[in-house]
Ligand binder design. Structure first.
Ligand SMILES: NCc1[nH]cc(CCC(=O)O)c1CC(=O)O
Length: 318
């Protein structure tokens, strides 16, 4: 029986996700030994600065990938939305397990109760989010809101909210529910109000290219429907040559077992203009084995991106 070593960041959320994958692997075969290898990333090291100002893409994933490439681990577990869409030489995305809820959520300081709405926030309310995608979509509805980045893990961010630093905080539902904070969600922000990031709520499991022994185990955790949806979403970003800091939202959902519908929007950073595009792909999932369905998902994403480019998307992409 092989020993499978999982490389992961040591943040609470990353550890939850790595342990989830470790347990899923162990349940394939109780004889399997799965270990975690903790890795510190640039994103973990640089705490004081806004994310956009250092490192660019891959600040939470690069060092985790290096652990695989250097043979210190065999599997990398990432939040898929943090994983750059440009493939990394020597690695492959071996599996994407079933997706958690994809939407974002608004949290209010503790003590607020009852129904919440964006309209209810006080004029000029301070909102904790450094994500250009979330900021632009909030400003589209409430141009008076003042958004700023909150760094730190989920607990730290919620503590800052409760300490009065913000009137509202935006986080992904997936992370909140994984760490047991669902009861703090005041409002779910889902499309068309708020489009999620490509791959939000999904995990990406990378292996070394050609490490067939590991890939055979890991690929058993793949959820086909999730894989096709997130591949279509990621193809939008890749075609736009946009990173995770671009004001781009995407959402691929299965309308029926054979119909994948993809929507994408690109919003001016101040929320003043929105470009939107959508398209669908149809066909039995059984094509998947030959890779045809994956190609179709990529093409779907590329088509939607081209629809955005035709509307002038380039002026919002740096
Ligand atoms: N960029 C940080 C990050 N990466 C993944 C998640 C949450 C889990 C997910 O969306 O898959 C978060 C925190 C957040 O956006 O609230």
């Amino acid at each position: 029986m092989p020993v499978l070593r999982i490389a992961t960041r040591a943040s609470q959320l990353a550890l939850w996700q790595a342990n989830f994958v470790a347990d899923s692997l162990r349940s394939l075969d109780p004889e399997l030994t799965v270990e975690l290898v903790h890795v510190t990333t640039t994103g973990d090291r640089v705490q004081g600065e806004p994310l956009r100002q250092f490192g660019g893409q891959g600040v939470f994933t690069r060092e985790v990938q290096a652990a695989l490439l250097e043979g210190r681990a065999d599997i990398a577990v990432h939040s898929l939305k943090d994983l750059p869409t440009v493939p990394t030489a020597g690695l492959e995305l071996a599996a994407v397990p079933a997706r958690a809820p994809v939407a974002d959520a608004l949290l209010l300081p503790t003590g607020h109760s009852g129904p919440a709405s964006l309209a209810m926030l006080p004029r000029g309310a301070r909102i904790g989010t450094g994500s250009p995608r979330r900021q632009a979509q909030l400003l589209r509805i409430r141009p008076d809101l003042v958004c700023s980045e909150v760094r730190g893990n989920l607990d730290t961010r919620i503590r800052k909210l409760d300490a009065g630093e913000y009137e509202g905080l935006i986080l992904a539902v997936a992370g909140l529910s994984r760490l047991g904070w669902s009861d703090r969600i005041s409002l779910i922000l889902a499309p068309p109000t708020m489009f999620p990031a490509a791959g939000q709520g999904a995990l990406g499991l990378e292996c070394r290219h050609g490490d067939e022994a590991t890939i055979r185990w890991v690929s058993q955790l793949e959820d086909r429907q999730t894989r096709l949806a997130v591949d279509a979403e990621r193809a939008v970003l890749r075609t736009l040559e946009a990173g995770c800091h671009a004001p781009v939202g995407t959402w691929a959902s299965w309308k029926s077992p054979e119909t994948l519908h993809l929507e994408a929007i690109l919003i001016a950073p101040d929320g003043s203009e929105t470009l939107a595009a959508a398209s669908s792909m149809q066909g039995p999932l059984s094509q998947y084995g030959s890779g045809n369905a994956l190609d179709a998902a990529h093409e779907l994403g590329a088509n939607v991106a081209h629809l955005l480019l035709k509307q002038g998307a380039s002026r919002y992409l740096v």
